[in-house]
Design a protein around this ligand. Structure first.
Ligand code: SF4
Length: 713
């Protein structure tokens, strides 16, 4: 796409929010306001879009203020490059910047082999971008090393989902089913802050007589809505699920007919659960046995039940097994593959779902195909017009890729799009050092993020309201973002720059610049795969409020509810996971006696690269803080608002104390949206889940001191 000069376009465009996985519908009003100078940027206003079913017009503050991101002053409007290491970034033309990138990638590949070149994507990229980024890595660069920040988001849930059901889609049912279930257990999620319009479904559930149980170490805004809050110790979610299954079995609440007819592996799961009796689980989790009994009875006796997990149980070095234990609870009680019941995951990023389906994950090809499956390779290679034997195999997972940057055998030249790992990766101080060690770092982004500041070349790209593109929300609903206004001059789409780079690297064909053309190719590449988009078109999405995959043909209605007849395993039965409690990668000790857990706040989003540039959001959430219990604060002599230092084996962060009894006395909490001294990910543990390769963001062992005392000492 070649940008045209700014101009007022249509009066109103139906599109979606650029942020979280709810992908709320919104209407953007554009047009020259009275007094707007000729050629000036037209004002853009966010309007409600009450006809879109997911949010029915409701938006949180992030969505309402999203047009601030379009402000030229807050963003990149031309390429930047560094003439030599250590030199400042300077303005460059597009041809100069692209020539430099192409020469750097080609040179590294020639000298060190294709796997020395890497690609790191993001869960906020549209399906079209994620698809072509994966194709670019495999076809143009020939590298196995492509992964993305979605690995840090819901990969444990995806792995457990796939292990149990043979297929992973965040929610196997639409959100509208939630109010019609009898009992919902929400584990480690805080939608009241992360996706407030979704709270409507929780309220309606309770109005309908259903029960809400929240599992969280903190008394969050969501926990305050619950009938029962289980304030689990960080890392205790797996034992908690096993303890509930123990009680369901002991109380005779297993749905034996369902277990016999639709599942396998119950006996092993039962044996493990029976070793997790209430007193033992109370010791591990800190949840009193009588609360466990209450929860087991509420869930086991409900007419239907759902379990939803989010990052709390998933971002652990045992995340896959933890989610598996919660799925076991669903299966034992007959709550899967039936209306108004089942297990689901609340994905995080705007395209967390679609971003993991179409090829930017190290082990996958489009359509959720395995890169190790010969038939899958043959299908995708035919669509791409290449020899399947030439496609690389699986590469390194996100943290392993980042950890290896600039090392022998690791990636030496990295193209990074839509991600800010200098803030969002675990052990972020170390990751920043690795980024600095690269021979070439190329960052495509809307803003000069902390990672872009480290780059040798920065490529400014278009964003949500300036381009068409699809995303797939947490329900598996494929939706369409529409271009509402022209991008600034000097900004290009990722699709355009991939085509330009591909051409410079000897592949002049196969990289469409028009999003709809890219989507049509994605449809063919996904056809026959698990995430089959073959029957979905831009026209259908617009006409139908989105289309749920799988949708294998234009006359197929899409699939809002999965597994009603059979699960996607070879025998059609869901599989119980054989799991048992184990400690976290790092538990508190004499030197680091407390747990740290991390998370999000209402007015910021992920690494904050976008939201920290929005004045309204900054006013609401201006900086990091350390939440600690009054008893802990008293013991440490820390007053509210006083700077405190949090230290782990990997680093140190300093932020003001926020004293509240909403946190457990053995745990401190920090939000992870900020860089600098208050960067929570300076502390987090990159211990990886053996299946999903998810790092253990959600807990590590720390020490807390008064920052002033520490400095004096
Ligand atoms: S809930 Fe998510 S998608 Fe909806 S407006 Fe807020 S950030 Fe945007």
């Amino acid at each position: 796409m070649t940008p045209t000069s700014p101009a007022a376009t249509t009066a109103a465009t139906d599109t979606h929010c650029p942020y979280c996985s709810l992908q709320c519908g919104m209407r953007l009003s554009t047009g020259a306001a009275p007094g707007t100078a000729p050629g000036a940027v037209p004002p853009v206003e966010v309007l409600e879009r009450p006809d879109f079913p997911v949010n029915r017009g409701a938006l949180c503050g992030k969505g309402r203020s999203a047009t601030a991101l379009l402000d030229r002053a807050a963003r990149l409007t031309g390429p930047l490059l560094r003439d030599r290491p250590g030199a400042p970034l300077r303005s460059a033309s597009w041809p100069e910047a692209l020539d430099r990138v192409a020469a750097g990638l080609a040179g590294t590949r020639a000298e060190h082999g294709p796997d020395a070149v890497g690609v790191f994507g993001g869960g906020g990229l549209t399906n079209e971008k994620a698809y072509l980024l994966g194709k670019f890595a495999r076809v143009v660069l020939g590298t196995a090393n492509i992964d993305y920040n979605g690995r840090f988001c819901m990969s444990s849930a995806a792995a457990a989902h796939r292990r149990a059901f043979g297929l992973d889609r965040g929610l196997p049912f639409p959100l509208e089913d939630i109010p019609r279930t009898g009992c919902l257990i929400l584990v480690g999620g805080n939608p009241a802050e992360t996706m407030p319009p979704a709270v409507r479904y929780l309220r309606e559930l309770r109005e309908n007589g259903g029960t809400l149980i929240v599992v969280d170490p903190r008394r969050t805004r969501t926990a305050e809505l619950a009938d029962l809050h289980l304030r689990v110790r960080p890392g205790g979610d797996l034992a908690l699920a096993l303890g509930l299954l123990h009680l369901v079995i002991a109380d005779g609440l297993v749905d034996r007919a369902f277990v016999d007819r639709r599942t396998t592996g119950f006996e092993r799961a039962r044996e493990s659960a029976m070793a997790h009796w209430p007193d033992r689980v109370e010791r591990i989790t800190g949840v009193p046995a009588h609360r466990l009994r209450e929860a087991a009875r509420l869930f086991g006796e409900a007419r239907t039940g759902m379990v939803l997990t989010a990052r709390g149980p998933e971002q652990q070095s045992k995340g896959t097994d933890t989610v598996g234990a919660w799925i076991n609870l669903c299966l034992a009680t007959g709550n899967a593959g039936r209306p108004y019941s089942g297990y689901g995951c609340l994905t995080g990023q705007g395209n967390g779902q679609g971003g993991r389906e179409h090829g930017q994950k190290a082990d996958q090809l489009p359509g959720y195909r395995s890169i190790e499956d010969p038939a899958a390779r043959a299908h995708v290679a035919a669509v791409w017009g290449v020899d399947p034997a030439g496609l690389p195999g699986p590469g390194r997972s996100a943290y392993e890729l980042l950890d290896g940057l600039g090392r022998p055998g690791g990636v030496r030249a990295l193209l990074l799009a839509g991600s800010n790992p200098a803030v969002s990766a675990p052990n972020a101080g170390h990751v920043t050092e690795r980024l600095r060690a690269l021979d070439l770092l190329v960052v495509a982004d809307v803003v000069l993020s902390e990672t872009a500041r480290l780059a040798d070349v920065v490529l400014p790209v278009t964003q949500w309201a300036e381009e068409d593109g699809t995303t797939t929300n947490l329900e598996g609903r494929v939706i369409l973002r529409r271009r509402a206004l022209d991008p600034p001059e000097g900004v290009r789409s990722e699709l355009w720059l991939l085509r330009e780079l591909a051409a410079r690297l000897g592949v002049p064909e196969g990289f469409p610049v028009e999003p709809e053309q890219a989507f049509d190719e994605l449809r063919r590449a996904s056809a026959g795969g698990d995430a089959d988009y073959a029957g979905i078109s831009y026209r259908r999405i617009a006409a139908e409020d989105g289309v749920f995959w799988p949708c294998p043909a234009p006359d197929h209605p899409g699939t809002p509810r999965l597994f009603l007849d059979r699960f996607a395993t070879p025998d059609g039965r869901a599989r119980f996971a054989d799991v048992t409690h184990r400690p976290a990668g790092e538990e508190p000790c004499a030197q680091y006696p407390l747990y740290l857990t991390t998370g999000r706040v209402l007015a910021q989003y992920q690494s904050g690269a976008q939201t920290r540039r929005v004045a309204e959001l900054n006013a609401a959430a201006p900086g990091p803080f350390v939440e600690l219990h009054p008893r802990l604060a008293e013991r440490l002599g820390i007053a509210d608002g006083e700077p405190v230092a949090v230290t782990s084996r990997r680093g140190r962060a300093v932020a003001p104390a926020r004293i509240t009894d909403a946190i457990r006395p053995d745990t401190v909490f920090m939000p992870f949206h900020w860089a600098g001294a208050g960067r929570a990910n300076s502390l987090t543990n990159p211990a990886l889940d053996p299946v999903s390769r998810m790092p253990e963001f959600k807990l590590c062992a720390v020490r807390v001191d008064r920052a002033t005392t520490e400095a004096a000492g």
